[in-house]
Design a binder for this molecule. Structure first.
Ligand code: F3S
Length: 421
């Protein structure tokens, strides 16, 4: 299939918009040809995931665009950077590592990107609109933008996201097209008392289970007859995008492209129907922990994967304020969030409660990408389905999944505490 370029695409490819746009367009054309796509489309916003220091070549890629005088053509937000830009010294981060991370951050700023430094860009600045064609990286952000907002993005890989931001053009395929957004696999929630939907562990576990079964297909969830918050959709999507490759999910009566069953499937029939019972959720929840030994020592509690919203921070602060408890001296409590939520925390007066408890508020970054943990961290507890899924492989630790209240209570005792709060 031959790729048709418009006049401006061709001019970019010929170098009339400068060497950075030429390089970026050549990557896009190559990708479009591999994908056998015949057209490019305009995108009006980008979110770049390639902000981790995965390799020196990644840094070199971004700096090359910067040295070539590149500028992004659309508003472009940035995912987490591999360190807390304000507090890395007090966190004991190595100077050499920090200097590379700062070079990376500077290169993106020189390209005209917006320093959001967050994996939850949809809960802050420049939230996309329904139907808006965008190019986003970071799996949880892609799932949220497509599913909760009804914006349209393919799953952009590292570096392709930057090329699209620099040209404002992307291959027209996949989830950019309405016909590719219809549901494929139906998950029916059967036998649930709606009070179960109030449990904060329900959404990440449901996402984990749905992702594991759906893999790359588009799941449709039926039977969630309860209001679902932005944070709950975030937790569900992040987990589904981790255990599977879910870039779009529908919840009938909740998400914007699924007002009805027919809308969700675009008048087609599901390829497969899966019933989920409360016992399936209980089983899946167990699978998110590698250990469940009551009383096992918890070295660190980590919350904020994806980055905590102000609302989640406030909930935690209120939990802390209910008692006069302090963090156990042998346990760390790390909260990852972004500067926007942290600023709102300051303004609300809740920061003092969280710091007074002994928790560490880390902004801009992510525990998987920043060396925040000491090598003797053996057991981590989290309320994030995504974090629980990746931690054993990425951090080589044991992991315990639990509710925020269980995480909090375990942090006070320094050992795993379940239920009853
Ligand atoms: Fe964000 Fe890191 Fe989790 S980038 S979604 S905190 S794995």
């Amino acid at each position: 299939m031959e790729l048709r370029l418009d006049l401006q695409d061709q001019q970019m490819l010929d170098g009339k918009f400068g060497p950075a746009a030429k390089l970026a367009m050549s990557v896009i054309v190559r990708m479009a040809n591999i994908l056998e796509v015949s057209e490019l489309l305009d995108i009006s916003q980008a979110h770049i995931d390639a902000c981790g220091l995965m390799s020196d070549s990644g840094l070199e890629f971004v700096e090359t665009f910067s040295m070539l005088g590149g500028r992004v053509r659309v508003p472009t937000t940035l995912n987490m950077v591999p360190l807390d830009l304000h507090n890395w010294r007090s966190q004991g981060i190595d100077e050499k590592y920090a200097s590379k991370a700062e070079r990376l951050a500077k290169a993106y700023l020189d390209l005209g990107c917006i320093p959001t430094w967050t994996c939850a860009p949809y809960q802050g600045y420049l939230t996309p609109r329904f139907g808006q064609q965008i190019a986003w990286g970071e799996s949880n952000a892609i799932a949220y933008a497509n599913s909760a907002l009804g914006a349209r993005t393919e799953r952009y890989a590292d570096f392709m996201d930057l090329c699209v931001a620099i040209t404002g053009r992307a291959p027209l395929y996949g989830l950019h097209l309405k016909e590719n957004r219809k549901g494929q696999i139906l998950f029916r929630l059967v036998g649930f008392d709606s009070t179960l939907f109030l449990n904060d562990t329900f959404y990440p576990v449901l996402g984990f289970l749905v992702g594991r079964i759906a893999q790359n297909r588009i799941p449709v969830i039926e039977g969630l007859d309860s209001p679902v918050s932005s944070d709950q959709l975030k937790a569900l999507g992040a987990a589904a995008a981790s255990s599977g490759g879910v870039g779009l999910f529908h919840i009938i009566g909740v998400t914007p492209e699924a007002a009805t069953y027919s809308d969700a499937f675009q008048d087609m029939s599901p390829q497969q129907i899966v019933d989920i019972h409360p016992s399936d959720i209980q089983e899946a929840q167990k699978d998110l922990s590698t250990t469940n030994d009551h009383g096992i020592k918890i070295d660190a509690v980590i919350v904020g994967c994806p980055h905590m919203s102000f609302n989640e921070l406030r909930t935690l602060a209120q939990l802390i304020e209910q008692g006069k408890n302090k963090l156990h001296p042998n346990t760390r409590f790390i909260i990852t969030t972004n500067q926007l939520s942290a600023a709102l925390l300051d303004r609300s007066g809740y920061r003092d409660s969280i710091i007074g408890f002994g928790a560490e508020i880390v902004t801009d970054t992510c525990v998987f990408h920043c060396p925040l943990l000491s090598p003797d961290t053996k057991v981590i507890m989290t309320n994030s389905g995504k974090f629980a899924y990746y931690a054993p492989g990425e951090l080589n630790t044991q992991v315990v999944f639990g509710s925020l209240a269980e995480c909090f209570n375990s942090a006070i005792h320094g050992t795993l505490q379940r239920g009853g709060f």
